[in-house]
Write a protein that binds this ligand. Structure first.
Ligand code: ZN
Length: 113
């Protein structure tokens, strides 16, 4: 079945297939990012801004703040988790305490070729 993703409660929750999966209030380690000048951003997530599916990954852009330098803004696309079983709609969230690398989304444009 198609995977449906939503943000709920003003971006506080990521919902996958109508089940609340990820609460945004986490610290994320961001590497190779353009969010702020820190080599590794210690990013406190405050709200999902955009959510999308780049199968099998569920991705999102998150508003928040780097608690190391105080910079606030919105990240590039981060992988939030993975749909491990599309038939059942089973979702496996990423471990936010590992290192994450935001990326600009380019694959959508490539898909039309
Ligand atoms: Zn920073």
């Amino acid at each position: 079945m198609p995977t449906s993703v939503h943000q709920l409660d003003d971006g506080a929750w990521l919902s996958v297939n109508d089940s609340r999966e990820v609460n945004v209030s986490d610290l994320w380690w961001l590497a190779r990012h353009e969010f702020c000048d820190c080599a590794m951003a210690d990013f406190l997530a405050e709200g999902f801004v955009e959510i999308g599916v780049d199968y099998p990954n569920v991705e999102g852009r998150i508003a928040g703040q780097c608690i190391a330098c105080g910079e606030s803004g919105v990240t590039d696309w981060l992988t939030l988790g993975r749909v491990v079983d599309p038939e059942e709609g089973t979702f496996s969230p990423v471990d936010t305490e590992s290192v994450h690398i935001p990326r600009r989304r380019q694959r959508l444009a490539d898909a039309s070729e």
